[in-house]
Design a protein around this ligand. Structure first.
Ligand SMILES: [Zn+2]
Length: 472
């Protein structure tokens, strides 16, 4: 996912909970369980029931896979699958699928086909050596059930600053019920859970009433083209669950995300001559401030459900590159930004507004901005996505959750984006995120609460029974 989730606050105040608030509470006396803490809303059609005898067998069978899931997760964390190096992680997943007698299919990244789809994220790197993996658990009988995609991404964000980690980021360190490492939270724990769910069901000798596709995709963290490639290869279903680490919550709304870069040109010269020309680094700061003001405007009157958030649209100044010598006035500076957009807002409209802010800032001081700053795009350029809170996928998953854990899940909106939009907007496949409880995604000492990995798998097992049907 692109940003930590924040559940709705029940009183409409500043939200806290699964993501942000617990980042600063590393030494909880009582570890959290996979039971929501009242910050979200249970779904409207929620029914509290207990698991049947058959379902208790499913819960037990999946629990018996706990050690296997943790082991798979550790192996995945030890594969440093940053952008461009995803394959070692896919090799681990291929092995895991094969161990379960599934036959994983590699889905290549076809640059032309991806670029030809309206939902693609622009990219300027080579993707031809990459593959997504899809392992399909085929129905054995007449079928009649509803099909399902369980999806997770293998790529992780870079671990910098590495020196701040308590243990090396690609060393899977277990401490009690927590597993630490880059990707432990976002989202190798989800890949382990969804795979463990199917493994447990298969151990019981069960078969689904419709295909269950397990997908391990690349390039989620930079735009979603891996999931898009699977869609282009024909993988759609009656529902999709992305096992992102949202804790005891189901996402029903997510923002869109746009990445952009602003290139400011100055006049390079010797630093000994005062005011030789505009300093590209300093001028970039003026643009940054203008974009901050623009961000404030976007947060003034958020549409539902984002009115529950204190600050739903976040602009991030993510990287800056400018200058090359302490005694040279920098002639160029490029700043990389991430900004969000509300569901139903178009990317093109946001781009127009950003370009106007940049142009106006430069126009205010033409003597200083010797060249007009340029706005470039690459990576995320996606719209938001929503699913009805009473959609069959949402209520069915919520009811499975309640039978598995004894409590309703929260329905949450997120101020980040996930691949759910690819399924929902372009694949005709209703999609939500539901996954383990984790902390510090994208941060130092990222970690996942291991019991929640098992509970996620158990809930998925019950959901597969309800949604797809199980025989055997
Ligand atoms: Zn993620």
């Amino acid at each position: 996912m692109d940003q930590l989730p924040v559940p709705f606050a029940a009183d409409g105040g500043v939200p806290a909970g699964y993501g942000g608030a617990r980042v600063s509470a590393p030494d909880l006396a009582v570890p959290p369980t996979l039971v929501h803490d009242g910050l979200g809303e249970p779904p409207p059609a929620f029914v509290r029931t207990k698991p049947s005898a058959d379902e208790r067998k499913i819960l037990a069978a999946i629990e018996a896979e706990a050690g296997w899931m943790v082991d798979l997760l550790a192996r995945l964390v030890q594969a440093p699958t940053v952008l461009g190096n995803e394959q070692p992680g896919q090799d681990v997943m291929r092995e895991a699928f094969a161990e379960m007698d599934l036959d994983p299919v590699g889905v290549p990244m076809d640059p032309e086909a991806i670029r030809g789809h309206q939902g693609h994220a622009p990219f300027d790197w080579d993707v031809r050596d990459k593959e997504n993996l899809v392992a399909t658990w085929e129905p054995s009988g007449d079928g009649g059930g509803r099909s399902l995609i369980l999806n997770g991404h293998i790529d992780v964000v870079p671990p910098e600053p590495v020196g701040q980690w308590k243990s090396p980021p690609f060393h899977a360190r277990r401490d009690g019920d927590w597993l630490y490492g880059r990707g432990a939270a976002d989202m190798k724990c989800g890949l382990a859970a969804m795979t463990g769910a199917v493994r447990g069901l298969k151990r019981l000798g069960l078969s689904p009433g419709a295909p269950v596709h397990l997908q391990s995709v690349v390039e989620e963290e930079c735009g979603g083209n891996g999931t898009l490639a699977c869609l282009l290869a024909g993988y759609t279903a009656d529902a999709a669950i992305i096992a992102e680490p949202f804790g005891a919550a189901i996402t029903t709304s997510q923002v869109g995300v746009l990445w952009f870069r602003v290139k400011v040109k100055g006049v390079a010269g010797h630093a000994a001559e005062h005011a030789v020309g505009p300093n590209a680094i300093e001028k970039s700061y003026a643009i940054m401030q203008a974009l901050r003001r623009f961000e404030s405007q976007l947060n003034l009157d958020p549409p539902p459900p984002y009115e529950r958030f204190a600050h739903p649209i976040n602009l991030n100044v993510g990287a800056i590159q400018g200058g090359d010598w302490a005694s040279t006035v920098p002639g160029e500076c490029e700043t990389s930004y991430r900004i969000a957009l509300y569901p139903r807002m178009r990317v093109r409209d946001l781009q127009d507004q950003i370009e106007a802010v940049v142009a106006e800032t430069a126009a205010e001081d033409p003597a200083i901005f010797s060249h007009p700053p340029e706005v470039h795009y690459g990576g995320f350029a996606c719209e938001g996505y929503e699913i009805a809170t009473d959609a069959p996928l949402v209520t069915s998953l919520a009811n499975a959750f309640a039978r598995g854990t004894g409590d309703p899940p929260a329905l949450v909106a997120t101020t980040g984006t996930t691949d759910a939009r690819v399924f929902g907007l372009y694949g005709g496949t209703p999609a939500v995120c539901f996954g383990p409880y984790a902390e510090r995604a994208h941060g130092v000492d990222e970690r996942v609460y291991l019991p929640s990995v098992v509970q996620t798998a158990q809930v998925m097992g019950l959901f597969i029974r309800d949604w797809c049907g199980l025989t055997g």
